[in-house]
Write a protein that binds this ligand. Structure first.
Ligand code: NDP
Length: 433
């Protein structure tokens, strides 16, 4: 704790993983001898840099940029970039740490990393976003590469931002290197389904958990927090599978639409016009908007937190369980506090932690890397089928591992243990580095 003082989210993420690993260390003395735990908790490299940029009025601003290259045992560092004012080292380290195990679970050859900036994209013009992205990449470019470190999007970083960063990388290096970033536009090396992948994948994961219990999404009332990339495509897939999402949100408030969220309207507001979700009720007048509301107070069968870390606390979790929630699938990273996780596990509901449930995004990024490497472009149907297979594979691996280690149905243990063992074995094989 002292080595990483003040990094509360990082401590939380590490504690959650380590709590699952006792039995693994008993079974694998070589992991203890080679000090895998101590090594895996220490990033291989962390980079912090200045990002100066000018706004439209000519004012100069200085933000801080980060890239934490956490673990490359399984492949090049891979993980998104987050632009949000709350970003500091502790957030990037928690995300990078989680990413190691998530990427391991996908079965693809990718290590773990994460980056971002405390830049706030809200209310910025397109030109300001471009200038910021160019400045950010002017430092980041020297640390990344298709065989070294391959960033992607996260909160505040979507297709537009990836495009500006890709352009700047190309300009500085004089290399058209598709494999250096994922989440690219379809006309310059992007993959179909990457935009949808995290939301679709999380929904596939929950569908698998429901199947184990003889259930499905059909007829289920669902909550999806957030209204960004992950939330939008979670809503889309739930509706396709027969569920009804009745609420979504942003950091200002909650939309409750009992007739079911009108997804085309959400896409128009958020993806095209870049407006706030509160504007939804201008068009769907029967729906309610609650400024500062708590989405988890609304009764549901399935909850899919898809906004940010620690958005479900112990009380929220207890309310969800009390109101009949049978499944929680985390589209966001670490959206449930440790107290909330305890409530879900004790209630015995199907609880899919983020590092397993939201791995579809990075898995499809790895599919994008595959397509880039062989200069190919797969169809939507083929890529979505691959995603669905990968999510089923992750689900089954977590399920079987939880059972093998004596905690059947506990996907937290399943994900932590299965994700860890593969990385730990690779670290042992590669010697003391
Ligand atoms: P977006 O920026 O597209 O959307 C984020 C959404 O969450 C917005 O509605 C935003 O509302 C809300 N939000 C963000 N920060 C906060 C906050 N501090 N408090 C309340 N609400 C907040 O991001 P994504 O959809 O890409 O990411 C959402 C989550 O999914 C994150 O946890 C991310 O790490 C995780 N994730 C994303 C992946 C991806 O492929 N994009 C892959 C795996 C995980 P507002 O506009 O008001 O800020």
């Amino acid at each position: 704790l002292q080595r990483n003082s003040g990094e509360t989210e990082f401590h939380q993420a590490v504690r959650e993983v380590l709590e699952s690993l006792g039995p693994v260390l008993v079974k694998h003395p070589e992991f203890r001898e080679r000090k895998i735990i101590e090594r895996i908790c220490e990033p291989e490299r962390q980079i912090i840099f200045r990002v100066p940029w000018q706004d439209d009025r000519g004012q100069v601003h200085i933000n801080r940029g980060f890239r934490v290259e956490f673990n490359s045992a399984l492949g090049p560092y891979k993980g998104g970039l987050r632009f949000h004012p709350s970003v500091y080292l502790g957030i990037i380290k928690f995300l990078g740490f989680e990413q190691i195990f998530k990427n391991s679970l996908t079965g693809m050859p990718i290590g773990g990393g994460k980056g971002g900036s405390d830049f706030d994209p809200k209310g910025k013009s397109d030109d300001e976003i471009m200038r910021f992205c160019q400045s950010f990449m002017t430092e980041l470019y020297r640390h990344i590469g298709e065989h070294t470190d391959v960033p992607a999007g996260d909160i505040g970083v979507g297709g537009r931002e990836i495009g500006y960063m890709f352009g700047q990388y190309k300009r500085i290096t004089n290399r058209w290197e598709a494999g250096v970033l994922t989440g690219k536009g379809l006309d310059y090396g992007g993959s179909l389904v990457r935009t949808e992948a995290t939301g679709y994948g999380a929904t596939f994961f929950v569908d698998e958990m429901l199947k184990v219990r003889g259930q499905s999404f059909e007829g289920k009332t669902c909550l999806v927090s957030g209204s960004g990339n992950v939330a939008i495509y979670t809503i889309e897939k739930i509706h396709e599978l027969g569920g009804t999402v009745v609420a979504c949100s942003d950091s200002n408030g909650v939309i409750h639409d009992e007739k079911g969220i009108d997804l085309e309207l959400v896409k128009q507001l958020k993806e095209v016009e870049r407006r706030r979700i509160g504007d939804y009720v201008e068009y769907r007048t029967h729906a309610h908007y609650r400024a500062g509301g708590n989405i988890w107070a609304i009764p549901c069968h399935v909850a899919m937190p898809s906004a940010t870390q620690n958005e479900i606390n112990g009380k929220d979790a207890a309310a969800l369980v009390k109101h009949g929630c049978i499944a929680v699938g985390e589209g966001a990273n670490m959206p449930t506090t440790p107290e909330g996780v305890r409530v879900f596990l004790e209630a015995g509901i199907a609880y899919g932690p983020g590092k397993a449930a939201n791995a579809g995004g990075v898995a499809t990024s790895a599919l994008e890397m595959q397509q880039n490497a062989c200069r190919d472009a797969w169809s939507f149907e083929f890529t979505e089928k691959r995603l669905a297979e990968i999510m089923k594979g992750i689900h089954d691996l977590c399920y079987v591992t939880a059972e093998e280690y004596g905690t059947p149905g506990n996907y937290v243990n399943g994900a932590n243990i299965a994700g860890f063992i593969k990385v730990a074995k690779a670290m042992v094989s590669q010697g003391l580095i």
